[in-house]
Every structure is written in structure tokens, then in C-alpha cells.
Design a protein around this ligand. Structure first.
Ligand code: ADP
Ligand code: MG
Length: 603
């Protein structure tokens, strides 16, 4: 546990970079501030000593005023130094958090694109941005308090020799008990229990979010909260873990801790009562009283310092989980880039014995898949849902890298192509096209930032977006998502196609480009697709078989394997999976016509 904390601390300082020194300066200043803060109590002791020495002729005590000013000076100085300490630690903490964010974003830029499919933007933001923010409390406040308290312990031991070791010992005992009980709740074998308790809390809050997301479903199906078994189970699990930890582990140590922290007197007074008689008989009563006066007021500062490290241990915990969250981003695998990139010779695509298994899955999504698209050819991937079509398409722009076998573009393994060159060569329109919340112009221009307004306009026209622009208040400059300007799935797809058209890449990868389309949209999308795919190498996935009949080659993927390939005519006659799909498709189309209405196709 101790060692782990150490590692977390070094990990954090690793991110601090050149601000490491500032952190240490801040911590040192915090220790100095603590010592300065203790000095006024020594002044009080001096006052008490001088007064008792001259009692009852109070006016003879000449130095009282000086001590008073000294106490004021130390207090004020202590506050100033503490301020300076916090300035340093805050500056370092914010810079460290900034470094974490920068390094995280830099790392994410190197991960494969598929990483962003598996980890939503909200999730990544929470991991990186949220994680970085949570290290701030530890670096800016908690560490300074821990160091300050450590300095206080050292000073207390020194003061024990200067004043009265027995009374000092009593105060120190209270402080030691407080720290030991704190550790017993969070360290050793109870650390695991506390982790369990915190994990249960996390799980519960996630289940709660799921529940809120699911409220529409609950309402539609007239269900109750009890139908969310996962949420209910998470609440029950949390409540049992919370009881186990707070009742079973924390109850006694926490009571003892609070008593020791808040009631240093409880330790001091009995000691004083015990040693009072011997002090009286030895005739050192004046010294005894002054020491007592010192420790009586001094116990207040002990309480404050101890209360602070209570929060510090919470900060340590927070920073620890924050670092864990940051690590999930920092440890994400990166896309390997070749040192000596090769240039694709042409725009052909070859899958050569490609297998691919998603991380955490034990069945391959692609199993020894081979096919080819010569430059300018259109190859269609079809097959049942889950057959591996999307996976195959996503290997071309390197959303993922193959587990075995190779994907070649222009005769070169995609891993050996400079990623920028590859991205320039391939335009992809995938199912989850992301449109940004900016104007349509900027959305389309994302594909080619230096494109002129006219070029964007031409691309939108080629993508059959005329009707969309016509109905929007500011045409191309309308901001998507603002003031109720939402686009339907089919409309979004046409914008995405315009983007791909503007990119003007020689290779096009299309996934389920018509999945969301209604009939009017579909006709327009088909037209847009023809504009996009003309004269290019195309790998397309389409559910409506009518759109793939003209393909140069159809690859039927079933359970990750190529079950057949050939032209539409060949496959329709072959009597295999494709022939059955074609027959079913024909029936479905007929059924739709006889039913007198068409429906959205969904997968
Ligand atoms: P298709 O596009 O033909 O419907 P996919 O390529 O999407 O099929 O999926 C192929 C297999 O890979 C399926 O079994 C699916 O569950 C799995 N799969 C798809 N995407 C992921 C992912 N991001 N992580 C894990 N498994 C996935
Ligand atoms: Mg798919």
C-alpha cells in the first residue's frame, strides 16, 4: 500500500515535468509555514514564564509587548509563507494537470481510429480531463498538508526536549493514535475492503446513469424501477459493502481517531494531574504551570493539523483512482508506424489471408479472409449481420490492424504506408458518420480544409444535398444542431457523402450507406453514391442487394469467413447463401409493394 502510494506520487511528478521543482519548493514552504505557525505558542510560553516569575507585580514583566509583536510577526509570516507555498503547489498542480491532458491527447492521436469507436468521447473526456482535474486537490493542497503535518511531528519532538517531555509526549501520543487509526482504516488488509466499497459506489453511479438513459424505455413499456435489475443489484451491493466497511472496519478506529484528534486534552489532563504533585514538592511549580499553559494552547494546533491530514488521505485515494483512469488512456495501444514508409503503386486493394479478433473476444471476427479489388473496381461485401463486413471495411483505413495476414493498398501492406498518405488515399463513409456541431460548410470542409466555398458547394450538389440546403435558414452556413435544425439519418448520410466527394480520394470505403434511408432519401443517396464512386476503387457494404448487383465482385461474408464470391449473376445461380438472400430480398420488396407502403430498413 505504502509502496503503491509512492509509485502514484512518482507517476504524478513524472507528469509535472519542469514543474517538479516548484512542487518541492511549495512543500518545503508548507513545512516552514507550519513551524512559523507554531512559534507564537512559544511566545505565549515566554509570556506566561515572565508573568509568573514577577507575579503579582505584573508591570515588572518588561518584555511582554515584544513577545506579543513576535507572536504577531510569526503568525503573519506563517500565513504569508503558507500563501506562497499554496501559490507554488497550485501553479505546479495546474501545470501538471495540463501536462496530463496534453500527453493524453498526444497519445490518443497515435491510437488506432477504432479506439474511438470503442471508447466514446464522453468516456475519454471523463478518463482524461476528469482524471487530470482530480489530481489537483492532491498536488495543490493535500501534499502540502501532509508535509506540514510531518514538520509538526518533528517540531513536537524537538519541543518535548525544550519544555516538558511528559506533556509533550501526551500530545504526541494523541497525534500518533490519530495517524495509526487513520492508517488502519485505509491501509493494510482493509485497503482491499475500501477499494471494494469505492468500486461498488462507482458501479452504482454508472448503473444510475444507465437507468436514467433507459427511462424512455421504462415509460414506453410501463415498467418500474425494479425492472432495472442491474441498478437494483448495484444499490444493494453498495449498501452491503458500505455497511461492511463503515460498520465493520471504520466504526471503532474512526471513533478513536476523532477522540484523539479533537480531544488532545483527554491525554494531556491526566498526565498533568499525575505529575502535578511531584512538581509541587520539587518547588518547580512555576515552570510546571508555564509548560502546562503552553501545551494547553498548543493542543489546538495539533487538532487542526490532524484534521487536515484526514482530508489528505481522501485526496490520496482520489488521486490514485484518477491516475488509474488516466492510465487507461495513456496505456491504450498505439498504431505502429513504419520508419521507412512505402508508397502504394496504385489504388487496388487486396485482403490476403486476413484474420482479426477484437480485443477481449475469443471468436475471430474475420477468419482467413482473402479477396481483391483491382483499381477502379467496385467490390461489395454482403452477408448476415455480424458476418464481419464492417470489420473488414475498417481494416482498410487501419481502424484496427490485422491479427494475421495482410491488407494491401496499391500492393503495399497498409502498415507500411505513411498514415497520412493512407488517409489521403482512402475516404470512408461509415455507419456512425459524425457531424460536428458547426455549419454544414465546415462539416463538409473537414475533409479538405483548404477547399473553397464553391468546391464545397459543388460537392454538396453532387451529393444531392440541394433539398437540405433549400430548407435550412442559412443554407450552407446553418449550424447543425442549433435552434432545432436537426437532420434525418438519410440527410446526415448525404452530408457525409458530400464530405467524401470533396475529399476526392481514389479509394472509397462505404459501410451500410443506405441503412437509415427512407425511399426519397435512398434514391438521392444512390445518385450521390454514383457521383462518389465513379472511376474509383470502392469497397461497399449495402443491405439493399439491389445496390450491389452492379458490383464487379460480391464477397459473401458469413461468421467471419468468405463463403462465396463472384458477380451477382454467378452467385444468384450458385444456389448458396447469396442466392437465398437474393430470393428473400425479392420477397421483401414484393411484400412492401403489396402492403402499399415502404418501411425503413434496419439492421
Ligand atoms: P457486420 O458488419 O457484418 O454486421 P461486424 O464486422 O460489425 O459484422 O461484426 C463482426 C463480429 O465482430 C461480430 O461478432 C461482432 O459482435 C464483433 N464486433 C464488432 N465490433 C466489435 C467491437 N468493437 N468489439 C468487439 N467485437 C466486435
Ligand atoms: Mg456492420
Amino acid at each position: 500500500m505504502k509502496e503503491k502510494k509512492q509509485n502514484d506520487f512518482t507517476a504524478l511528478l513524472g507528469y509535472a515535468g519542469s514543474y517538479k521543482g516548484l512542487t518541492f519548493l511549495g512543500l518545503a514552504l508548507s513545512a516552514v509555514a507550519m513551524i512559523l505557525g507554531m512559534a507564537p505558542y512559544v511566545c505565549i510560553w515566554l509570556v506566561a514564564r515572565d508573568l509568573i516569575a514577577v507575579a503579582p507585580n505584573w508591570t515588572e514583566a518588561a518584555n511582554i509587548g515584544t513577545y506579543g509583536w513576535m507572536a504577531f510577526g510569526f503568525s503573519f509570516g506563517g500565513i504569508l509563507v503558507y500563501f506562497a507555498a499554496l501559490m507554488c503547489t497550485h501553479l505546479a498542480a495546474f501545470r501538471t494537470a495540463a501536462n496530463i491532458r496534453k500527453q493524453g491527447v498526444a497519445h490518443m492521436m497515435k491510437t488506432p481510429l477504432g479506439f474511438f469507436d470503442n471508447n466514446g468521447s464522453g468516456f475519454l473526456r471523463n478518463r482524461l480531463d476528469g482524471g487530470a482535474a482530480e489530481t489537483e486537490t492532491l498536488l495543490a493542497h493535500n501534499l502540502a498538508d501532509i508535509v506540514g503535518t510531518a514538520a509538526m511531528f518533528v517540531a513536537m519532538i524537538v519541543l518535548m526536549f525544550v519544555f516538558d517531555w511528559r506533556m509533550g509526549g501526551a500530545c504526541l501520543l494523541a497525534a500518533v493514535i490519530s495517524v495509526v487509526t487513520l492508517y488502519s482504516m485505509m491501509g493494510g488488509k482493509n485497503a482491499a475492503l475500501m477499494m471494494e466499497y469505492q468500486t461498488a459506489q462507482d458501479v452504482m453511479s454508472k448503473a444510475g446513469t444507465e437507468y436514467v438513459r433507459g427511462i424512455p424505455v421504462v415509460k414506453v413499456f410501463q415498467q418500474t424501477v425494479y425492472s432495472f435489475k442491474a441498478f437494483k443489484a448495484a444499490i444493494e451491493d453498495y449498501s452491503s459493502k458500505a455497511e461492511k466497511y463503515t460498520g465493520g472496519v471504520c466504526c471503532v478506529p474512526q471513533s478513536v481517531n476523532l477522540t484523539a484528534t479533537e480531544g488532545v486534552f483527554i491525554f494531556l489532563v491526566p498526565v498533568v494531574l499525575l505529575i502535578a504533585p511531584s512538581a509541587l514538592s520539587a518547588g518547580s511549580f512555576a515552570g510546571f504551570i508555564t509548560n502546562f499553559a503552553f501545551y494547553a494552547v498548543f493542543s489546538a494546533i495539533v487538532s487542526t493539523a490532524l484534521a487536515r491530514i484526514m482530508f489528505a488521505s481522501a485526496g490520496l485515494m482520489l488521486a490514485k483512482t484518477a491516475l488509474g483512469r488516466i492510465d487507461t488512456v495513456m496505456n491504450a495501444p498505439v498504431l505502429e508506424t513504419t520508419k521507412d514508409p512505402k508508397v502504394p503503386r496504385d489504388n487496388g486493394i487486396v485482403f490476403h489471408d486476413v484474420s482479426f479478433t477484437y480485443e477481449g473476444s475469443d471468436v475471430p471476427a474475420l477468419d482467413h479472409v482473402s479477396f481483391a479489388a483491382s483499381p477502379g473496381e467496385t467490390v461489395a461485401l454482403v452477408g448476415p449481420s455480424g458476418g464481419g463486413k464492417t470489420t473488414a471495411a475498417s481494416l482498410i483505413p487501419r481502424f484496427w490492424d490485422t491479427s494475421s495476414g495482410e491488407v494491401l493498398v496499391g500492393g503495399v501492406n497498409v502498415k507500411d504506408v505513411d498514415p497520412h498518405v493512407l488517409m489521403d488515399k482512402v475516404a470512408f463513409v461509415f455507419q456512425n458518420n459524425r457531424l460536428f456541431k458547426t455549419s454544414i460548410l465546415e462539416n463538409v470542409r473537414a475533409a479538405r480544409p483548404n477547399a473553397s466555398r464553391e468546391q464545397v458547394e459543388a460537392a454538396l450538389k453532387a451529393a444531392q444535398c440541394g433539398d437540405i440546403l433549400a430548407k435550412l435558414p442559412d443554407g450552407m452556413d446553418t449550424v447543425i444542431g442549433a435552434k432545432g435544425t436537426y437532420l434525418s439519418g438519410g440527410e446526415q448520410q448525404r452530408i457525409a457523402l458530400a464530405r467524401a466527394i470533396l475529399k476526392d480520394a481514389p479509394i472509397i470505403v462505404l459501410d451500410e450507406a443506405t441503412a437509415f434511408a427512407d425511399p426519397e432519401n435512398e434514391a438521392l443517396i444512390q445518385k450521390a453514391l454514383r457521383a462518389l464512386t465513379r472511376g474509383r476503387t470502392v469497397v461497399m457494404i449495402a443491405h439493399r442487394l439491389s445496390t450491389v448487383t452492379g458490383a464487379d465482385r460480391i464477397i459473401v461474408l458469413d461468421e467471419g469467413r468468405v463463403s462465396e464470391q463472384g458477380t451477382h449473376e454467378e452467385l444468384a445461380k450458385a444456389g448458396g447463401l447469396y442466392a437465398r438472400m437474393w430470393e428473400d430480398y425479392g420477397k421483401a420488396v414484393k411484400w412492401k409493394i403489396t402492403a402499399g407502403k415502404t418501411e425503413k430498413e434496419a439492421d
